[in-house]
Design a protein around this ligand. Structure first.
Ligand SMILES: Nc1ncnc2c1ncn2[C@@H]1O[C@H](COP(=O)(O)OP(=O)(O)OP(=O)(O)O)[C@@H](O)[C@H]1O
Length: 841
C-alpha cells in the first residue's frame, strides 16, 4: 500500500525555520481538508459504489482501485499500487452536514479574518465532486460562503460604517472617495442589485431567516430557522465567534465576484444588456508597487447585510460560465473567485482606516480529463485551459514544497504562468492563511481522476505556509486619499486590538507644572531629560531594527525579483531556442517536401518504368539478332538462287530425265522469324515463278529490314528522350542543391538571432549591476543615516544647552510662561531637525 500525504516536514524544515527565526515569521502547514460526497440514488442504481474510498480515521482515507480503473491495470503491470493511503488535516465523510463542515474547516480562517488576517479557501476536485455545493450550497442548505458572510455580519453588527466613501483600491489599499464618487458607487450598487429578479431570492431569504436581522442575540439563527431545516441540518449558531471588537471601530464590507474562463478574467458583477449579445469585458491582472497582484477595474460593491451579499452571489452565478458535461448537468467551466474585503475604520466623524483584510472563496473548475466528459469543440478548449491552470497550480505547490527543503536546489515557482496562480501567489508568500478543500465522489468510473486529485493534495499537505508577523510589512500597502494623495497609513495584517489608541493621553503629560517648586521643576526636567534620552535611544534602536528589517526584506525581494527575472529569461531563451529549432526543422522538412514533390512531378511527366525500358531494350536486341539471322538467311538464299541461275549439267540431266512439260517442283522452306512470330511457309512453285517468288521474298525481307530500322530509330529516339529526362532530373537536383544552400543561409540568419538572444543575457548582467548599485545606494543611505544621527545628536546637545540657559534665565520670571515658550522653541527646533531628516530620506 502506498502511504501518501504524510507530513515529512519537521525533520527537513526545522533547520530552515531556525535559520529564519530572527525575522519572526510564523510557519504553519497548509490546511488540506477532504470532503467525501454521498452517493445519489441514481448513482447507486448505476452501481457506482464499489467501495473505492474507505475512511480509516478522521485524518486518513484508503483508496482501493476498482477493476476497470487504469490504476489496477498499471499495478498488474507492476507500475504503482492498487491501494493508496492519504492523510489530511481532517476528513469529512459523506454524512457530514454543511454546518458540521463549516465548523470543522472554516472556524480558524473566519476568526482570523475578522481579526485582520487575510484568508483564501479553494476547492479542488473532479467534476461533480461537490465543490460548488461545499462553497455555495443550495437554497435550503447553504455552504461555507453564505455561512462565513453571516458570521462576518454578526461580528460587525451595530458597528457598520454605512457610507461608501472608503473603497478598496488596488490590492491592499483604500481610496477615499469624494461625495459625488460615493453617490456613483451607490448608483452602481443599485444597478447591480436591480439586475436580479424578485423571484430568485430564495437563498437570501434563507440567510435572512438564518441571521434574523431584527434579532440581536447570538442564537438568533436557532430561533428564526425553520424547524424542519434545523432538524435536518443539525444547525449550529453561526455567530459564536463574535469576538471582542474594539467598541470605537467601524467596519465597511465590500464584495467582488469574478471568474477565470479560458485564461481570461471576467467580472461577474458587470451588468450586461438583456440581449446577452454584448461581449463581456476582459479584465487584466496587474501588480502594485509592493508586487501584489490585483484585478484591474474589478467591481467592488459595498454590502450592508448578509442578504445583500447573497443577492450579489446569485447575480454573479447568473453570469457564470456553466455547461452541461456528461458528468454534471450544471458543471462550472471556470474558476470563480468571490472576495470579501473588510475595511476597519475608526469611529469618528472623520474616520481613518485602521486596516483591510480580504477573504476569498475560489471554486475551481472540475479537474476531469477531456475523454471522460466526452468534450469537443469549445468544451474541449475549456477542459484544456482548466487542466492547464490546475496543472500549473500543481507545479507551484510542488515547487513550494521542494523549496522548503534546504538540502535541495531552490526551484522556480511558476506563479506567473496562469492567471489563477498569479492571484494566489501572495497567499503562498505570507499574505494570509490559505486552505484547500478537496472534494471527491466515490464513483468507480472517476477513480483515476480522484486518485490524481488525492496525489495533488498529498503534495499540498506538505507545503509550509509562511505567515508574516503583523508588524512586518512585506506587502506595503499603497494608500490613496480623495485625490489619490497619500492619506491613511495602515498595515493589512495588524489586528484592531494591536493599534495604539491615538486619542489616549498620558497622565504625566497632564500634570500642571506651574504648581511645582523650582527644585521639583529641576528634578522633573532632569527626569524628563533622562526619559527623553531613553525614549530617543529606544526609538533609534527601533528605527535601526525596522530599517534593518526593511533593508533585509528589500534585499530579499530584490534577490527574488532578480532570480525570477533570470529564470524567466532562461525560460524565454530556452523556449525561443526550442521554437527556432522547431522552425528550422519545419522549414527543412517543407523544403525537402517541396523539392521531392517537384522532382516527382518531373519524373511523372517522363516516367518510363525500368522494367518496360529493359523489356524494350531486350526486344531491340532480339530484333537486331533476328535481323542478322534473316540477313544471313537472305545471303544463303541468294547464294542458292545464284547457284540455281547457272544450272548444273547433272541436274539438267536429271531434269531432262524427268517428264517434259512437267514443272519441276522446288520445295522451298522459307522460315521467317519476325519478332515473336515464327512463320513457316512452304511454297510449291513452278520454276518460272520461283524468281518472282524469291524477288518478292527479298522485297518482303527488305521491307521488314526497313521496318526494323525504323523501329530501331524510334527506340533510339526514346533513349534520347530518356536521356533528356535524366538531364532534367539532374537539373532539378541542382536546383534542390541551390535551395539547400539558401536554407543554410537562413540557418545562418537564425544563428544571428541567437546572438541577439545572447544580448539578452548581457542585459541580465546589466540588471545584476543595477542590483549591486542599489546595494551601494543602500550602504550610502546607511552612512547618510549615521551622519544624520550625528547631526541630530549635535542638535540635541544644542537643545539641552538651550534648555539649561532658559531655565537659568527664567529663574525670576513666572515659570509657566517661560517654560511654555521654551517648550515651543525646542519642539520647533526638534521638528525642524526631524523635517530636515525626513526630507533627506
Ligand atoms: N455533500 C453533499 N451532499 C449532498 N449532495 C451533494 C453533496 N455534494 C454534492 N452534492 C450534489 O452533487 C451534485 C454535484 O455537485 P456540485 O455541482 O457541487 O459539483 P462540482 O464539483 O461543483 O462540479 P463542477 O466542477 O462540474 O461544477 C449536485 O447536485 C450537489 O447537490
Amino acid at each position: 500500500m502506498a502511504d501518501e500525504g504524510k507530513s515529512y516536514v519537521s525533520a527537513e524544515v526545522s533547520d530552515m525555520l531556525e535559520s529564519v527565526s530572527f525575522l519572526n515569521i510564523a510557519y504553519q502547514p497548509l490546511k488540506v481538508f477532504l470532503r467525501v460526497r454521498p452517493f445519489s440514488v441514481a448513482e447507486l442504481e448505476n452501481h457506482e459504489s464499489q467501495g473505492c474510498i474507505t475512511i480509516e480515521d478522521c485524518q486518513t482515507v484508503i483508496l482501493s482501485a476498482p477493476k476497470e480503473s487504469s490504476a489496477v491495470k498499471n499495478s498488474e503491470r507492476g507500475i504503482g499500487h492498487s491501494v493508496h493511503r492519504f492523510t489530511f488535516s481532517q476528513v469529512f465523510g459523506p454524512e457530514t452536514t454543511q454546518s458540521e463542515f463549516f465548523e470543522g474547516s472554516m472556524k480558524e480562517i473566519v476568526r482570523a479574518y475578522v481579526n485582520g488576517v487575510n484568508g483564501l479557501v479553494f476547492t479542488y476536485g473532479v467534476t461533480n465532486a461537490g465543490k460548488t455545493f461545499t462553497i455555495q450550497g443550495t437554497s435550503k442548505d447553504v455552504g461555507i460562503l453564505p455561512r462565513s458572510v453571516d458570521v462576518i455580519f454578526n461580528h460587525i453588527r451595530g458597528r457598520q460604517y454605512l457610507k461608501m466613501n472608503f473603497k478598496p483600491y488596488l490590492s491592499t489599499a483604500v481610496k477615499k472617495l469624494e461625495e459625488a464618487q460615493a453617490k456613483q458607487e451607490e448608483a452602481i450598487k443599485s444597478a447591480v442589485l436591480a439586475s436580479l429578479k424578485e423571484e430568485t431570492e430564495s437563498i437570501s431569504n434563507t440567510i435572512t431567516n438564518m441571521c434574523g436581522v431584527e434579532s440581536t442575540s447570538s442564537n438568533c439563527t436557532l430561533k428564526s430557522l425553520p424547524s424542519d431545516s434545523l432538524a435536518e441540518n443539525n444547525f449550529v449558531p453561526l455567530d459564536i465567534y463574535r469576538t471582542k471588537m474594539h467598541q470605537r471601530m467601524q467596519a465597511s464590507v465590500w464584495i467582488s465576484f469574478c471568474e477565470i474562463y479560458n485564461e481570461y478574467v471576467y467580472d461577474l458583477l458587470n451588468v450586461l444588456s438583456a440581449s446577452k449579445a454584448q461581449k463581456r469585458r476582459v479584465l487584466r491582472i496587474c501588480e502594485d508597487q509592493g508586487g501584489n497582484s490585483y484585478i484591474k477595474d474589478l467591481k467592488w460593491i459595498n454590502v450592508q447585510s448578509a442578504e445583500e451579499a447573497c443577492k450579489i452571489l446569485k447575480i454573479g452565478n447568473k453570469n457564470r460560465s456553466f455547461a452541461c458535461t456528461r458528468m454534471n448537468e450544471q458543471s462550472s467551466r471556470s474558476h470563480s473567485i468571490f472576495s470579501i474585503r473588510l475595511l476597519r475604520l475608526t469611529d469618528e466623524p472623520q474616520p481613518h482606516v485602521l486596516g483591510v483584510s480580504e477573504l476569498s472563496f475560489c471554486d475551481l473548475a472540475g479537474s476531469e480529463r477531456c475523454n471522460k466528459t466526452q468534450a469537443f469543440g469549445d468544451r474541449l478548449k475549456e477542459a484544456g485551459n482548466i487542466n492547464n491552470s490546475l496543472h500549473i497550480l500543481g507545479k507551484c505547490i510542488a515547487a513550494l514544497k521542494q523549496n522548503q527543503n534546504p538540502k535541495m536546489k531552490p526551484s522556480y515557482i511558476p506563479f506567473r504562468e496562469s492567471k489563477l496562480t498569479r492571484l494566489f501567489q501572495p497567499f503562498f508568500c505570507g499574505k494570509g492563511k490559505a486552505c484547500i478543500i478537496v472534494n471527491v465522489n466515490q464513483h468507480a468510473s472517476t477513480y483515476d481522476e480522484t486518485l490524481h486529485v488525492m496525489k495533488f493534495s498529498a503534495v499540498a499537505k506538505q507545503v509550509i505556509q509562511p505567515i508574516l508577523p503583523k508588524n512586518f510589512d512585506y506587502f506595503p500597502p499603497k494608500l490613496a486619499g480623495g485625490n489619490s494623495k497619500p492619506a491613511v497609513h495602515f498595515d493589512a495584517n495588524i489586528a484592531v486590538d494591536d493599534f495604539p489608541d491615538s486619542t489616549e493621553t498620558s497622565t504625566e503629560e497632564e500634570v500642571d507644572i506651574t504648581i511645582l517648586s523650582h527644585e521639583d521643576l529641576l528634578k522633573t526636567t532632569e527626569n524628563l531629560k533622562e526619559k527623553l534620552v531613553a525614549e530617543r535611544q529606544s526609538k533609534l534602536l527601533l528605527e535601526v531594527k525596522i530599517r534593518k528589517e526593511m533593508a533585509e526584506a528589500m534585499f530579499r525581494q530584490l534577490l527574488e525579483t532578480e532570480e525570477a527575472w533570470s529564470n524567466r529569461l532562461e525560460d524565454m531563451k530556452d523556449s525561443y531556442e526550442e521554437k527556432l529549432e522547431s522552425k528550422f526543422e519545419m522549414y527543412k522538412e517543407a523544403i525537402k517536401k517541396h523539392a521531392y514533390v517537384c522532382a516527382m512531378e518531373q519524373i511523372e511527366d517522363h516516367y518510363v518504368p525500368i522494367e518496360e525500358f529493359l523489356a524494350e531494350q531486350e526486344k531491340v536486341e532480339d530484333r537486331e539478332n533476328k535481323i542478322l539471322q534473316l540477313e544471313r538467311q537472305l545471303d544463303e538464299q541468294s547464294g542458292r538462287l545464284l547457284a540455281l541461275g547457272s544450272p548444273n549439267p547433272d541436274i539438267l540431266t536429271t531434269e531432262n530425265n524427268m517428264e517434259l512439260g512437267r514443272n519441276i517442283i522446288w520445295i522451298f522452306k522459307v522460315q521467317f522469324t519476325l519478332g515473336i512470330v515464327y512463320k513457316q511457309a512452304t511454297f510449291l512453285l513452278p520454276l518460272d515463278l520461283m524468281n518472282k517468288t524469291m524477288k518478292r521474298a527479298n522485297e518482303g525481307l527488305q521491307k521488314q529490314c526497313k521496318e526494323k530500322e525504323e523501329l530501331i530509330k524510334a527506340l533510339k529516339l526514346k533513349i534520347q528522350k530518356l536521356n533528356e529526362t535524366l538531364l532534367e532530373a539532374n537539373e532539378g537536383y541542382r536546383k534542390m542543391a541551390e535551395e539547400n544552400s539558401q536554407l543554410k543561409h537562413t540557418i545562418m540568419l537564425k544563428d544571428q538571432e541567437m546572438n541577439s538572444l545572447q544580448n539578452w543575457a548581457t542585459r541580465v548582467l546589466e540588471l545584476e549591476e543595477t542590483v549591486s548599485s542599489l546595494q551601494k545606494e543602500l550602504e550610502e543611505r546607511k552612512k547618510h543615516f549615521s551622519v544624520e544621527e550625528l547631526k541630530q545628536q549635535k542638535a540635541r546637545k544644542g537643545l539641552l544647552a538651550n534648555l539649561k540657559s532658559t531655565v537659568a534665565a527664567t529663574a525670576g520670571t513666572p515659570l509657566g510662561k517661560g517654560w511654555g515658550k521654551h517648550e515651543d522653541a525646542s519642539s520647533a527646533s526638534r521638528k525642524h531637525v526631524l523635517w530636515a531628516h525626513k526630507a533627506k530620506e
